[in-house]
Write a protein that binds this ligand. Structure first.
Ligand code: ZN
Length: 140
């Protein structure tokens, strides 16, 4: 099963929590054991998994990325958004979550974030649920 999440960012840089949508996609798929592959088809955005309990964590990640990779710098890219391209490559454009017993396995404090680095824009995240047919039997 493949599903497109339509995401609307409202700031230049922003982490948007898509954890609920991931759980929903896994549930809809009916897959009991497999992999949930999340892909962001953009060059100035990304996806990451990190703490969702304390909102200060996503704030700290974002402000640190913005400090390390300033919007203005010795960049040559004509479009003027090199900082966003660099952040996208650093964070990455895909993430995987294992599915066991019909549920996405995330730690108690983990959330899945769509990472906007050149907003505000309309964005997409593609979620592919892969059924683990032919998986090796559990070693128990
Ligand atoms: Zn560009």
């Amino acid at each position: 099963m493949i599903k497109t999440l339509n995401i609307k960012s409202s700031s230049k840089t922003e982490f948007i929590d898509i954890t609920d949508e991931i759980h929903e996609a896994v549930k809809e798929s009916g897959v009991k054991n497999g992999i949930c592959y999340i892909c962001v088809p953009h060059t100035t955005a990304g996806v990451t998994i990190n703490e969702g309990a304390d909102p200060s964590v996503k704030r700290d990640i974002l402000t640190t990325l913005n400090r390390l990779i300033p919007f203005e710098g010795d960049y040559r890219h004509m479009e003027g958004n090199s900082a966003a391209h660099i952040k996208s490559s650093l964070v990455g454009v895909s993430a995987n979550v294992l599915i066991e017993d019909g549920k996405a396995i995330l730690g108690t404090w983990q959330s899945v974030y769509f990472c906007e680095f050149d907003g505000p824009r309309h964005r997409r995240a593609i979620v592919k649920i892969i059924n683990a047919i032919g998986a090796t039997p559990q070693e128990e």
